[in-house]
Design a binder for this molecule. Structure first.
Ligand SMILES: [Zn+2]
Length: 211
């Protein structure tokens, strides 16, 4: 790294060298800012989200986009930034299946919607051995020496490691609820989240103790 050259400078140069669209470059930078690092899965997730929106012909600035992410790692942040499907706005569901795949649809009336599922295609990955070795968590992948070529390959590959299929998804909407007061701590929770007469924190989801 030359003096004064930041990881972001390097990333920008690599994106330029790979002829990535300027608007997608900006999206990638926003993803990195939120994620706080240019993690490989985040960058691939950004290409996935961008591809899915184009296939849907959907614009997240003008319509609500619903997403499912099949991994909790990295890719959800790309969906939050690019598709504006967030856990907070209720339009991002993370299902920890452990596949690098996303399913995206535009808001629809009715109980189901047509969606596009974008995933890493193992056959296509063969053309990009560094990404393949990283993705397989292979012992041959050496983070110290291969991170640079991994990022270069990810930018060069873009969508070339992805495939897609059209699927039907159930719409996940807001459920109706009533408050239930926990018999232990006295705090209210929605009835569909209560565990009998207790809240989750006084039940199976206890995560802290008072000090
Ligand atoms: Zn409680």
């Amino acid at each position: 790294m030359k003096a004064g050259t930041t990881p972001l400078d390097l990333m920008n140069a690599r994106m330029e060298a790979a002829h990535i669209r300027p608007d997608l470059q900006e999206s990638l930078r926003q993803c990195v800012a939120i994620h706080t690092s240019p993690a490989p899965g985040l960058l691939i997730g950004a290409f996935m989200a961008d591809f899915a929106l184009e296939l849907l012909g959907a614009d997240p600035a003008k319509q609500k986009i619903f997403s499912v992410c099949e991994t909790p790692k990295c890719a959800p942040d790309a969906l939050q930034v690019i598709a504006r499907s967030t856990t907070g706005n209720g339009r991002l569901k993370i299902i920890p299946i452990g596949k690098f795949a996303i399913t995206v649809n535009a808001a629809a009336d009715g109980p189901t919607a047509e969606a596009v599922r974008v995933f890493i295609d193992m056959k296509k990955l063969r053309n990009f051995p560094v990404i393949e070795s990283w993705y397989a968590n292979s012992p041959s992948y050496d983070k110290k020496t291969m991170d640079e070529s991994l990022q270069q390959q990810i930018f060069r590959a873009g969508r070339d490691i992805l495939s897609y299929e059209w699927v039907r998804v159930n719409i996940f909407g807001r459920s109706k609820w009533k408050p239930v007061t926990c018999s232990v701590c006295g705090e209210p929770v929605p009835d569909y989240l209560a565990e009998g007469d207790r809240c989750g924190a006084c039940g199976s989801m206890k995560y802290c103790e008072k000090i």
